[in-house]
Design a protein. Structure first.
Length: 221
């Protein structure tokens, strides 16, 4: 099966993350490109907490808008990349990942943030390595408020050949498997943490948050 990059744009921004005018302009520009064959891929289901998690084990998560991966030195000369589209996609990926984390029911507040902060229990940062509608590859790093890195991992997936088929619409994003795998890895790591460690993370985050509002902070620094 074949799909056009215009279908990819419509799929990507169907929730209103981009203005209709800009979407139309990008769609028309990309629509002139050649089509790409989309192969079927296995879908990773989302792991959901099987019991009500205790309030004191809920950690808040901040997901930094992904690095769009537009570094000139690292972009393949043969790869057609539209900066406006990639910038919008970097936020879309963060938002979709946040939705997956919330659906797993294993976290406290999950927010998309513009820049990295230290007063959040868990911080997720990422970078788009490849995104062409057929394949999505991202690097993801997860750290906690103690400065402990949980993991750094690269995730890659090919879209199902039904992902852009308007006659057979599928649930979720074309690359939902990636978001589910990141969410599953984070949940698996958190489940192994002791109650004491989690309590320490919450305390550290609260102290850092309070310090950011301290009137003596500016003079001390």
């Amino acid at each position: 099966m074949f799909y056009s990059n215009r279908d990819f744009c419509n799929r990507l921004f169907g929730r209103g993350h981009l203005s209709r005018g800009l979407l139309l302009a990008l769609s028309l520009a990309i629509g002139a490109c050649t089509t790409t064959e989309v192969r079927t891929t296995a879908f990773t289901p989302l792991t959901v907490e099987d019991a009500t998690i205790a309030e004191d084990r809920l950690l808040d998560v901040g997901i930094v808008q992904f690095n769009p991966g537009l570094d000139t030195a690292e972009v393949d000369e043969d790869e057609l990349v539209f900066p406006e589209l990639r910038q919008a996609e970097s936020r879309y990926i963060a938002v979709t990942l946040a939705e997956s984390l919330q659906s797993s029911q294993g976290w406290g507040a999950v927010r998309v943030i513009p820049t990295e902060r230290t007063n959040i229990d868990i911080t997720v940062t990422g970078r788009i390595v490849q995104s062409d509608g057929e394949t999505l590859t991202v690097d993801v790093t997860v750290t906690d408020s103690r400065g402990q890195r949980w993991f750094t991992k690269q995730y890659s997936e090919q879209a199902s050949h039904y992902a852009y088929d308007r006659k057979h619409p599928t649930e979720g994003d074309a690359f939902q498997g990636i978001y589910n795998r990141v969410a599953n890895d984070m949940l698996n790591y958190r489940q192994k943490l002791s109650d004491r460690y989690i309590a320490e993370l919450r305390t550290i985050s609260e102290m850092k948050f309070a310090r950011s509002f301290s009137p003596t902070r500016s003079t001390a620094t």
